[in-house]
Design a protein around this ligand. Structure first.
Ligand SMILES: Nc1ncnc2c1ncn2[C@@H]1O[C@H](COP(=O)(O)OP(=O)(O)OP(=O)(O)O)[C@@H](O)[C@H]1O
Ligand SMILES: [Mg+2]
Length: 313
Protein backbone atom coordinates (compact mmCIF):
# COMPACT_ATOMS: atom_id res chain seq x y z
CA UNK A 1 0.00 0.00 0.00
CA UNK A 2 1.37 3.47 -0.78
CA UNK A 3 2.33 5.76 2.11
CA UNK A 4 -0.16 8.52 2.84
CA UNK A 5 1.45 11.94 2.76
CA UNK A 6 0.36 13.33 6.09
CA UNK A 7 0.77 17.05 6.66
CA UNK A 8 1.74 18.35 10.11
CA UNK A 9 -1.20 19.37 12.27
CA UNK A 10 -1.31 23.04 13.30
CA UNK A 11 0.35 23.91 16.58
CA UNK A 12 1.95 20.51 17.19
CA UNK A 13 5.59 19.68 18.02
CA UNK A 14 7.68 17.80 15.47
CA UNK A 15 9.87 14.75 16.21
CA UNK A 16 13.25 14.28 14.52
CA UNK A 17 11.53 13.10 11.31
CA UNK A 18 9.30 16.16 11.26
CA UNK A 19 6.25 14.23 12.51
CA UNK A 20 4.04 15.87 15.08
CA UNK A 21 3.74 14.43 18.59
CA UNK A 22 0.88 14.79 21.02
CA UNK A 23 0.25 13.10 24.38
CA UNK A 24 -3.11 12.52 26.07
CA UNK A 25 -3.53 12.80 29.85
CA UNK A 26 -6.81 11.70 31.44
CA UNK A 27 -6.97 13.07 34.97
CA UNK A 28 -9.69 11.96 37.39
CA UNK A 29 -12.44 12.15 34.79
CA UNK A 30 -16.01 11.55 35.96
CA UNK A 31 -19.14 11.95 33.89
CA UNK A 32 -22.82 11.19 34.41
CA UNK A 33 -25.90 11.65 32.22
CA UNK A 34 -29.37 12.85 33.24
CA UNK A 35 -32.08 10.18 33.12
CA UNK A 36 -35.74 10.04 34.20
CA UNK A 37 -34.61 8.65 37.60
CA UNK A 38 -31.81 11.10 38.26
CA UNK A 39 -28.24 11.04 37.01
CA UNK A 40 -26.64 7.91 35.64
CA UNK A 41 -22.95 7.77 36.63
CA UNK A 42 -21.01 6.48 33.63
CA UNK A 43 -17.34 7.22 34.35
CA UNK A 44 -15.84 7.39 37.83
CA UNK A 45 -12.50 9.15 38.39
CA UNK A 46 -10.75 7.66 35.36
CA UNK A 47 -7.04 8.45 35.12
CA UNK A 48 -4.40 7.21 32.71
CA UNK A 49 -1.92 8.58 30.21
CA UNK A 50 -1.31 7.90 26.56
CA UNK A 51 2.24 9.19 26.09
CA UNK A 52 3.11 10.54 22.65
CA UNK A 53 3.65 7.80 20.06
CA UNK A 54 2.06 5.10 22.19
CA UNK A 55 -0.92 2.94 21.32
CA UNK A 56 -3.19 2.30 24.29
CA UNK A 57 -6.13 -0.09 23.95
CA UNK A 58 -9.20 0.49 26.11
CA UNK A 59 -11.23 -2.59 26.92
CA UNK A 60 -14.25 -3.07 29.17
CA UNK A 61 -17.81 -4.40 29.26
CA UNK A 62 -20.68 -2.91 27.22
CA UNK A 63 -21.95 0.36 28.64
CA UNK A 64 -18.95 1.03 30.91
CA UNK A 65 -18.29 4.41 29.30
CA UNK A 66 -15.60 3.73 26.65
CA UNK A 67 -17.30 5.71 23.88
CA UNK A 68 -18.14 8.44 26.39
CA UNK A 69 -14.45 8.67 27.31
CA UNK A 70 -13.45 9.07 23.66
CA UNK A 71 -16.08 11.77 23.16
CA UNK A 72 -14.67 13.57 26.21
CA UNK A 73 -11.13 13.25 24.80
CA UNK A 74 -12.27 14.66 21.46
CA UNK A 75 -13.84 17.70 23.10
CA UNK A 76 -17.39 16.77 21.98
CA UNK A 77 -18.40 16.36 25.65
CA UNK A 78 -17.17 17.99 28.86
CA UNK A 79 -16.34 16.04 32.03
CA UNK A 80 -18.30 16.72 35.25
CA UNK A 81 -15.03 16.36 37.15
CA UNK A 82 -11.39 16.07 36.22
CA UNK A 83 -9.83 17.02 32.93
CA UNK A 84 -8.36 15.70 29.71
CA UNK A 85 -5.21 17.29 28.39
CA UNK A 86 -3.48 17.20 25.03
CA UNK A 87 0.19 18.06 25.47
CA UNK A 88 -0.59 19.45 28.92
CA UNK A 89 -3.41 21.77 27.77
CA UNK A 90 -7.03 21.01 28.73
CA UNK A 91 -9.30 19.96 25.89
CA UNK A 92 -12.07 22.56 25.61
CA UNK A 93 -13.55 21.64 22.23
CA UNK A 94 -12.82 19.83 18.96
CA UNK A 95 -9.11 20.02 18.10
CA UNK A 96 -7.58 19.78 14.60
CA UNK A 97 -4.85 17.49 15.95
CA UNK A 98 -7.43 14.81 16.76
CA UNK A 99 -8.87 12.28 14.28
CA UNK A 100 -11.95 10.41 15.54
CA UNK A 101 -13.47 7.22 14.17
CA UNK A 102 -16.89 6.79 15.79
CA UNK A 103 -18.33 3.43 16.77
CA UNK A 104 -20.92 3.80 14.00
CA UNK A 105 -19.44 5.44 10.88
CA UNK A 106 -21.00 8.90 10.64
CA UNK A 107 -20.79 9.48 6.91
CA UNK A 108 -22.66 12.08 4.91
CA UNK A 109 -25.23 10.00 3.00
CA UNK A 110 -25.61 12.41 0.08
CA UNK A 111 -21.87 12.47 -0.62
CA UNK A 112 -19.99 9.69 -2.40
CA UNK A 113 -16.96 8.00 -0.83
CA UNK A 114 -14.43 10.44 -2.25
CA UNK A 115 -16.48 13.48 -1.21
CA UNK A 116 -16.86 12.08 2.32
CA UNK A 117 -13.09 11.78 2.67
CA UNK A 118 -12.65 15.22 1.10
CA UNK A 119 -15.05 16.89 3.56
CA UNK A 120 -12.54 17.73 6.34
CA UNK A 121 -10.07 18.90 3.68
CA UNK A 122 -12.69 21.30 2.29
CA UNK A 123 -13.37 22.65 5.77
CA UNK A 124 -9.62 23.14 6.22
CA UNK A 125 -9.45 25.11 2.96
CA UNK A 126 -7.36 22.71 0.86
CA UNK A 127 -7.24 23.46 -2.88
CA UNK A 128 -9.18 21.20 -5.25
CA UNK A 129 -5.99 19.61 -6.69
CA UNK A 130 -4.42 18.91 -3.30
CA UNK A 131 -7.71 17.44 -2.07
CA UNK A 132 -8.02 15.15 -5.09
CA UNK A 133 -4.52 13.75 -4.56
CA UNK A 134 -4.96 13.19 -0.82
CA UNK A 135 -8.37 11.54 -1.33
CA UNK A 136 -6.95 9.18 -3.97
CA UNK A 137 -4.09 8.18 -1.65
CA UNK A 138 -6.39 7.60 1.30
CA UNK A 139 -8.89 5.56 -0.75
CA UNK A 140 -5.97 3.40 -1.92
CA UNK A 141 -4.80 2.83 1.64
CA UNK A 142 -8.23 1.54 2.70
CA UNK A 143 -8.71 -0.42 -0.55
CA UNK A 144 -11.74 1.52 -1.80
CA UNK A 145 -10.33 3.30 -4.81
CA UNK A 146 -12.84 1.72 -7.17
CA UNK A 147 -15.64 2.90 -4.91
CA UNK A 148 -14.76 6.60 -5.04
CA UNK A 149 -18.09 7.48 -6.66
CA UNK A 150 -20.23 5.18 -4.49
CA UNK A 151 -22.55 6.54 -1.81
CA UNK A 152 -22.40 5.14 1.75
CA UNK A 153 -25.73 3.23 1.53
CA UNK A 154 -24.32 1.22 -1.39
CA UNK A 155 -21.25 0.15 0.63
CA UNK A 156 -21.04 -2.75 3.11
CA UNK A 157 -20.75 -2.02 6.85
CA UNK A 158 -17.04 -2.87 6.80
CA UNK A 159 -16.45 -0.59 3.80
CA UNK A 160 -18.24 2.27 5.58
CA UNK A 161 -16.00 1.78 8.60
CA UNK A 162 -12.92 1.85 6.38
CA UNK A 163 -14.18 5.07 4.81
CA UNK A 164 -14.62 6.61 8.25
CA UNK A 165 -10.99 5.66 9.02
CA UNK A 166 -9.81 7.35 5.81
CA UNK A 167 -11.75 10.49 6.69
CA UNK A 168 -10.21 10.57 10.19
CA UNK A 169 -6.73 10.34 8.61
CA UNK A 170 -7.38 13.06 6.04
CA UNK A 171 -5.78 15.94 7.92
CA UNK A 172 -2.84 13.95 9.28
CA UNK A 173 -3.89 13.90 12.94
CA UNK A 174 -1.27 13.48 15.67
CA UNK A 175 -3.90 11.80 17.89
CA UNK A 176 -6.28 9.09 16.70
CA UNK A 177 -9.29 8.12 18.77
CA UNK A 178 -10.64 4.85 17.39
CA UNK A 179 -13.93 3.46 18.73
CA UNK A 180 -14.09 -0.22 17.73
CA UNK A 181 -13.01 0.69 14.20
CA UNK A 182 -12.61 -2.90 13.03
CA UNK A 183 -15.69 -4.53 14.53
CA UNK A 184 -17.57 -4.79 11.21
CA UNK A 185 -14.63 -6.27 9.31
CA UNK A 186 -14.29 -9.95 8.45
CA UNK A 187 -11.56 -11.82 10.36
CA UNK A 188 -8.91 -11.68 7.63
CA UNK A 189 -9.53 -8.03 6.77
CA UNK A 190 -9.43 -7.25 10.47
CA UNK A 191 -6.01 -8.88 10.85
CA UNK A 192 -4.76 -6.98 7.82
CA UNK A 193 -6.08 -3.71 9.25
CA UNK A 194 -4.48 -4.38 12.63
CA UNK A 195 -1.15 -4.79 10.86
CA UNK A 196 -1.88 -1.76 8.64
CA UNK A 197 -2.70 0.35 11.70
CA UNK A 198 0.64 -0.56 13.27
CA UNK A 199 2.44 0.30 10.00
CA UNK A 200 0.61 3.61 9.78
CA UNK A 201 1.52 4.35 13.39
CA UNK A 202 5.19 3.52 12.70
CA UNK A 203 5.20 5.94 9.75
CA UNK A 204 3.38 8.83 11.36
CA UNK A 205 4.21 9.04 15.09
CA UNK A 206 0.48 9.16 15.87
CA UNK A 207 -0.69 8.71 19.47
CA UNK A 208 -3.58 6.23 19.43
CA UNK A 209 -6.36 5.42 21.89
CA UNK A 210 -8.21 2.36 20.56
CA UNK A 211 -11.43 0.98 22.01
CA UNK A 212 -11.83 -2.71 21.28
CA UNK A 213 -13.67 -5.74 22.62
CA UNK A 214 -11.03 -8.08 21.22
CA UNK A 215 -8.29 -9.12 23.66
CA UNK A 216 -6.10 -10.54 20.84
CA UNK A 217 -6.45 -7.27 18.90
CA UNK A 218 -5.51 -5.25 21.99
CA UNK A 219 -2.48 -7.41 22.70
CA UNK A 220 -1.33 -7.38 19.08
CA UNK A 221 -1.70 -3.64 18.52
CA UNK A 222 -1.19 -1.84 21.84
CA UNK A 223 1.73 -0.87 24.08
CA UNK A 224 -0.62 -0.97 27.06
CA UNK A 225 -4.13 -2.20 27.68
CA UNK A 226 -6.31 -0.22 30.09
CA UNK A 227 -9.13 -2.34 31.52
CA UNK A 228 -12.31 -0.59 32.72
CA UNK A 229 -14.81 -1.97 35.25
CA UNK A 230 -18.56 -2.29 34.55
CA UNK A 231 -20.43 1.05 34.73
CA UNK A 232 -19.54 3.41 36.24
CA UNK A 233 -16.27 2.69 34.51
CA UNK A 234 -13.06 3.09 36.42
CA UNK A 235 -9.59 1.75 35.67
CA UNK A 236 -9.13 -1.72 37.16
CA UNK A 237 -5.86 -2.55 35.40
CA UNK A 238 -3.24 -1.00 33.18
CA UNK A 239 -1.47 -3.94 31.58
CA UNK A 240 1.77 -3.43 29.68
CA UNK A 241 2.42 -5.63 26.64
CA UNK A 242 6.12 -6.28 27.15
CA UNK A 243 6.95 -7.51 23.64
CA UNK A 244 8.14 -5.51 20.70
CA UNK A 245 6.08 -5.68 17.54
CA UNK A 246 8.40 -7.98 15.60
CA UNK A 247 8.10 -10.49 18.44
CA UNK A 248 4.31 -10.25 18.32
CA UNK A 249 4.37 -11.26 14.68
CA UNK A 250 6.48 -14.32 15.44
CA UNK A 251 4.21 -17.28 16.09
CA UNK A 252 6.60 -18.68 18.65
CA UNK A 253 5.76 -15.86 21.00
CA UNK A 254 2.09 -16.83 21.15
CA UNK A 255 2.73 -18.29 24.60
CA UNK A 256 4.03 -14.99 25.92
CA UNK A 257 1.18 -13.06 24.25
CA UNK A 258 -1.26 -15.59 25.63
CA UNK A 259 0.02 -14.90 29.11
CA UNK A 260 -0.68 -11.15 28.75
CA UNK A 261 -4.08 -11.91 27.19
CA UNK A 262 -4.90 -14.17 30.14
CA UNK A 263 -4.09 -11.37 32.61
CA UNK A 264 -6.41 -8.95 30.76
CA UNK A 265 -9.18 -11.56 30.68
CA UNK A 266 -8.90 -12.15 34.44
CA UNK A 267 -9.12 -8.40 35.08
CA UNK A 268 -12.25 -8.21 32.92
CA UNK A 269 -13.70 -11.03 35.01
CA UNK A 270 -13.05 -9.01 38.17
CA UNK A 271 -9.78 -10.45 39.48
CA UNK A 272 -8.01 -8.12 41.89
CA UNK A 273 -4.98 -10.24 42.74
CA UNK A 274 -3.36 -10.30 39.33
CA UNK A 275 0.36 -10.02 38.64
CA UNK A 276 1.99 -6.63 38.83
CA UNK A 277 3.56 -5.14 35.77
CA UNK A 278 6.98 -6.35 36.96
CA UNK A 279 5.74 -9.89 37.56
CA UNK A 280 4.09 -9.95 34.16
CA UNK A 281 7.25 -8.75 32.45
CA UNK A 282 9.32 -11.35 34.30
CA UNK A 283 6.86 -14.12 33.40
CA UNK A 284 6.90 -13.12 29.74
CA UNK A 285 10.71 -13.19 29.87
CA UNK A 286 10.54 -16.74 31.23
CA UNK A 287 8.04 -17.70 28.52
CA UNK A 288 10.32 -16.27 25.85
CA UNK A 289 13.27 -18.27 27.13
CA UNK A 290 11.01 -21.29 27.31
CA UNK A 291 10.15 -20.98 23.65
CA UNK A 292 13.49 -22.58 22.86
CA UNK A 293 12.04 -25.74 24.39
CA UNK A 294 9.78 -27.98 22.26
CA UNK A 295 6.15 -27.29 23.11
CA UNK A 296 5.51 -30.87 24.34
CA UNK A 297 8.19 -30.44 26.98
CA UNK A 298 6.39 -27.39 28.36
CA UNK A 299 3.45 -29.63 29.12
CA UNK A 300 1.11 -27.48 27.01
CA UNK A 301 -1.70 -29.66 25.75
CA UNK A 302 -2.36 -29.79 22.01
CA UNK A 303 -5.67 -27.92 22.35
CA UNK A 304 -4.04 -24.98 24.15
CA UNK A 305 -5.46 -21.69 22.91
CA UNK A 306 -3.09 -18.78 23.55
CA UNK A 307 -5.97 -16.35 24.01
CA UNK A 308 -7.74 -18.47 26.61
CA UNK A 309 -11.00 -18.99 24.71
CA UNK A 310 -13.21 -21.80 25.92
CA UNK A 311 -13.00 -25.05 24.02
CA UNK A 312 -16.37 -25.55 22.27
CA UNK A 313 -16.32 -29.30 22.58
N1 LIG B 1 -25.87 11.25 25.72
C1 LIG B 1 -26.23 10.33 26.62
N2 LIG B 1 -27.31 10.51 27.39
C2 LIG B 1 -27.67 9.59 28.31
N3 LIG B 1 -27.00 8.45 28.53
C3 LIG B 1 -25.91 8.22 27.79
C4 LIG B 1 -25.47 9.14 26.79
N4 LIG B 1 -24.34 8.63 26.22
C5 LIG B 1 -24.11 7.46 26.82
N5 LIG B 1 -25.04 7.21 27.77
C6 LIG B 1 -25.08 6.04 28.66
O1 LIG B 1 -23.79 5.91 29.22
C7 LIG B 1 -23.45 4.54 29.36
C8 LIG B 1 -22.12 4.32 28.69
O2 LIG B 1 -22.27 4.46 27.29
P1 LIG B 1 -21.03 4.29 26.31
O3 LIG B 1 -21.57 4.40 24.93
O4 LIG B 1 -19.96 5.22 26.71
O5 LIG B 1 -20.58 2.79 26.65
P2 LIG B 1 -19.49 1.85 25.94
O6 LIG B 1 -18.54 1.41 26.99
O7 LIG B 1 -18.94 2.53 24.75
O8 LIG B 1 -20.39 0.59 25.51
P3 LIG B 1 -20.26 -0.37 24.23
O9 LIG B 1 -19.20 -1.38 24.57
O10 LIG B 1 -21.61 -1.01 24.15
O11 LIG B 1 -19.94 0.45 23.03
C9 LIG B 1 -24.60 3.75 28.76
O12 LIG B 1 -25.41 3.29 29.81
C10 LIG B 1 -25.34 4.76 27.92
O13 LIG B 1 -26.71 4.47 27.91
MG1 LIG C 1 -19.05 2.21 22.77
Amino acid sequence: MPPVPLPPAPGARPDDRGHTLTSIAIRGVSRSFPTADGRLPVLDAVSFDVPERQIVALIGPNGCGKSTLLRLASGLLRPDDGSIELDGRPVTGPDPRVGFVFQEPRLLPWRDAAANVAYPLELAGWSRERRAQQVQDLLSVIGLREFAATRPHELSGGMRQRLAIARALALGPSVLLLDEPFSALDALTRERFNAELVRLWERTSTTILLVTHSIPEAVYVADRVVVLSPRPGHVVADVVVPLDRAERDANLDMLALGHVAGAIRRHLEGATDDPTREELTAEVGRQRRARQVPIEELGVPAWFDPFGREDDE
